[in-house]
Design a protein around this ligand. Structure first.
Ligand SMILES: *Cc1c(COP(=O)(O)O)cnc(C)c1O
Length: 379
């Protein structure tokens, strides 16, 4: 089945009791049993909920995986993956990544004795010096947030397999429309479903997808034991959101390409970070592993002062000044003070994230209106 068909049909089926074509919202905390321990597979809603079951099946299908698990947020999904580890274990992660992942790793898990190495993975070979007998997990984000660097998933997977290291890829930015990490050798795909999969800026949710039965068992155990599960209404919203992922992503990509080129040609813009440009340092890898370049990009002005950037950030009308991304509406964001403020300034600058960087989540509005909005804000 092709992706567009899977997004609409995979994992879901009409309600057997009524024929309702849409998955019902099973707003219940428990299920009546016929006799002690005789039930229909549902005992208590932290462990199982039918709305969630259908969503998890759909998530697995669209990422070409065998098992899906959904969580109450993207960071809850990340948290579950790190809980596979034990004190003394080490993780190698992408240096330029989502600020909340960095915060979770450095502020929560480090104190439990897990060690994290932040490495520039644009060349997969860069991870080799950090591998030792304690290395258990490779955490990869590509494209990276907010600098749009690309890591070669297949090359990283080859190295991880040599050393029996679990490879988890945060596929939030690319979505299964553009990239399928499991097909490239990843063991786990993580999503902030909040973003493109939900797609309408109305739900917080996370997901993990995997092929291994053993990993599924361990992660399901963590999901149920730690309890960061999404509510049934949120699962319903995401089931609805993913049905249109392909048409939304197609437009995000088209609008993204036009805006990236518009900004690049603008006299006040110094640099645009978008992997669709031939001169992007990882363009060849992007073309190899992605089916398009998406609607996320960042840029810097020639006037490198924070004031100049802040002026643009507060002058747009259609691009709303907000954290998050991946919704139908366009957003503009200042990573240094908003999404990435949890990363120490020194660390940010080392990774190339300047104080004046502006990030765009290009929505699916008419691109002429979006360009006019940027034109007036830059002018
Ligand atoms: C937003 C985001 C997360 C965290 O997800 P939440 O749903 O906000 O908890 C993780 N990774 C990336 C790339 C994100 O953009």
């Amino acid at each position: 089945m092709k992706l567009a068909t899977k997004l609409i049909h995979a994992g879901v089926f009409p309600d057997p009791t009524t024929g309702a074509i849409m998955t019902p919202i099973f707003q219940t905390s428990t299920y009546v049993q016929e006799a002690p321990a005789v039930h229909k597979g549902y005992e208590y809603a932290r462990s199982q909920n039918p709305t969630r079951t259908q969503l998890e099946a759909a998530l697995a299908a669209i990422e070409n995986g065998k098992h899906g698990l959904s969580f109450s947020s993207g960071v809850a999904a990340t948290d579950a993956v790190i809980k596979l580890l034990a004190p003394g274990d080490e993780v190698i992660c992408t240096n330029d990544m989502y600020g909340g992942s960095y915060r979770l790793f450095s502020k929560v898990f480090e104190k439990f004795g897990i060690k994290f190495h932040y490495v520039n993975m644009q060349d997969a070979e860069n991870i080799r010096p950090y591998i030792n007998a304690n290395t258990k997990l490779l955490w990869v984000e590509t494209p990276t947030n907010p600098l749009m660097n690309i890591c070669d998933i297949a090359a990283l997977s080859a190295i991880a397999k040599q050393h029996s290291i679990i490879l988890c890829v945060d596929n939030t930015f690319a979505t299964p429309y553009l990239q399928n990490p499991l097909d490239l050798g990843a063991d786990i795909v993580m999503h902030s479903v909040t973003k493109y999969l939900g797609g309408h800026s109305d739900v917080i949710q996370g997901a993990l997808v995997m092929n291994s039965d053993a990993l599924r068992e361990q992660l399901y155990f963590i999901q149920k034991s730690c309890g960061a599960v999404p509510g049934p209404f949120d699962c319903f919203l995401v089931l609805r959101g993913i049905k249109t992922l392909h048409v939304r992503m197609q437009r995000h990509c088209e609008n993204g390409e036009k805006i990236a080129h518009y900004l690049k040609a603008h006299p006040k813009v110094k640099k645009v970070y978008w992997s669709g440009f031939e001169e992007h340092p990882n363009h060849v890898i992007a073309k190899k592993q992605m089916r398009g370049f998406g609607g996320m990009m960042s840029f810097e002005l020639k006037d490198e002062s924070v004031e100049a950037a802040k002026k643009v950030l507060s002058s747009t009308h259609l691009f709303a000044l907000a954290e998050s991304l991946g919704g139908v509406e366009s957003l503009i964001n200042h990573p240094a003070t908003m999404t990435h403020a949890s990363i120490p300034r020194e660390e940010r600058l080392k990774n190339g994230l300047s104080d004046s960087l502006i990030r765009l989540s290009v929505g699916i509005e008419d691109v002429d209106d979006l360009i006019a909005d940027l034109a007036q804000a830059l002018g």
